[in-house]
Design a protein around this ligand. Structure first.
Ligand SMILES: Nc1ncnc2c1ncn2[C@@H]1O[C@H](COP(=O)(O)OP(=O)(O)O)[C@@H](O)[C@H]1O
Ligand SMILES: [Mg+2]
Length: 234
């Protein structure tokens, strides 16, 4: 039952999109996924409401700092992966969600090294580690990357982050029309019409590669026990 949280205190960083891609691809692969939607704008919940029912994908709306632990414990035995979508702001919920997580993913757009919202999350992670003794695995995922950007440019960003000791996923999330349209159309990348959405096959490959990398980094087994994370998040 690993918990994967997407965090960046800046809105528009690509959190909600990445949550949807990861959650729906994991469900497509047969995992049972519970999305904890803590974003007051409820994009994932709205998408879920207009999508065909999928028994493997459960979305819980209006998740708050006060309720997040309960949602996890109540859904523990019917969930392989929890995926948490947070609001784009500093809040007590952010620290709480981080404390409950097996992995925190920080979406940062393209090569925006000035991504202050991502830096805020990295600072909080460092603070929890140094002052609270709570060490949570985390990495940056580059989002909305232009498909034409050379590997060289991406490598340079990765090296820059690596110099600061920050891990970057090998799979960036590319800027794709399909990743926008999915919120309007509902359903998944697999129910969309290939004739109407450009580069849908590439979008599917990208989402799958992203999910596979997360499964490798956060395997189902070997995650922390529930009680240990509730104590550390208290
Ligand atoms: N990979 C992507 N390709 C195309 N559009 C994207 C991508 N990621 C995000 N967007 C768009 O950027 C905007 C902000 O993304 P969103 O996921 O809502 O960010 P956040 O949840 O961090 O506020 C939305 O309009 C979304 O459709
Ligand atoms: Mg969002």
């Amino acid at each position: 039952m690993p918990v994967i949280t997407f965090a960046n205190t800046k809105g528009g960083a690509g959190k909600t999109t990445a949550v949807l891609l990861l959650a729906s691809d994991l469900a497509q692969q047969g995992y049972r996924v519970t999305v904890l939607d803590a974003d007051p704008q409820r994009w994932i919940s709205r998408w879920h409401q207009m999508s065909p029912q999928n028994d493997r994908l459960n979305v819980i709306s209006y998740v708050t700092q006060a309720s997040i632990e309960r949602h996890i414990s109540e859904n523990l035995y019917k969930t392989d992966y929890f995926v948490v979508d947070l609001p784009g702001a500093q809040s007590p919920l952010l620290a709480k969600a981080i404390g409950l997580s097996d992995h925190v993913l920080i979406p940062i757009q393209g090569c925006a090294m000035d991504a202050q919202g991502g830096a805020n999350v990295l600072e909080l992670l460092r603070f929890l580690d140094e002052k609270g003794g709570i060490r949570v695995n985390h990495s940056v995922v580059l989002t909305r990357v232009n498909s034409m950007v050379t590997t060289r440019a991406l490598l340079a960003v990765k090296m820059l982050l690596a110099e600061r000791g920050v891990e970057v996923l090998g799979t960036p999330i590319i800027e794709r029309a399909a990743f926008r349209d999915i919120f309007d159309l509902g359903g998944t990348l697999y129910t969309m019409d290939e004739n109407r959405i450009s580069n849908l096959d590439k979008a599917r490959q990208n989402a799958r590669a992203f999910a596979m990398e997360m499964i490798r980094r956060v395997p189902l087994k070997g995650t922390r026990t529930l009680s240990s994370r509730f104590v550390s998040a208290a």
